[in-house]
Write a protein of this length. Sequence first.
Length: 255
Amino acid sequence: MQKIGTGGSESAIDASFTGHLTLPSTASLCTINRIGGNAFLNCEGLTSITIPNTIVSIEYFEEFDGSASPFTGCSNLTSIYSHIEVPFATDSRAFDGIPTNATLYVPHGTKQVYENTPGWNRFTSIVERRYKGDIMTAATTEGITMTFVITDEDAKTCQVGTGKYNASAIDMETSGIVTIPTSVEGFRVTHIANYAFSECANIEKVVIPEGIETMGYSVFDGCINLQSANFPNSLIEIDGDLPFDGCQNLKNSYC
């Protein structure tokens, strides 16, 4: 295990750094799980920071000439993006140096937990946010539950399915027509992942909307009753040349 910073009187990064900083989760094959006191001492140019889910401690301690919060002197740090799904209790002074109007962005569904966790509850503005890799579900126009994964939290894009083998984006017993939505929770659907509809033997038609730009491999592998699917004009790349492998009843694939 490693921590960011030495806890001494020098910042872990160049104090002249400006902009957004994403903290790594590993270094030299070791997990980074702590943020040390004075880690970002007097980094006035630091405006936002992303904290990975591996962090389990944010250190604060008293010094003979004052406190040692990791964020002492970070007077322009107004956005904190926490990926920590289960927040740990910490001393509220661990965030000393961060402006009182700063916003803490937390994983979807965790706002109330953060509001009730010592230390984190010093933030008066806590906002839930979807992050890359988050899994979402939504109903199609036919009422079919479909799984999506966020691919870019800033560009607000997502993909159909997880891309894992034998993990279809819909119930494998689904039959009839399946219409892929154009967006889910404000995220544009731009990619159909590997195996998204693999082995969904009873679907007969898939409607792929404009906005889909790429498709993975084996997307419709084993869809033996699939008869019709379209390629939207927005589609620019298919990974592999067998998206319809095993679809022996396919009659129409069109743009």
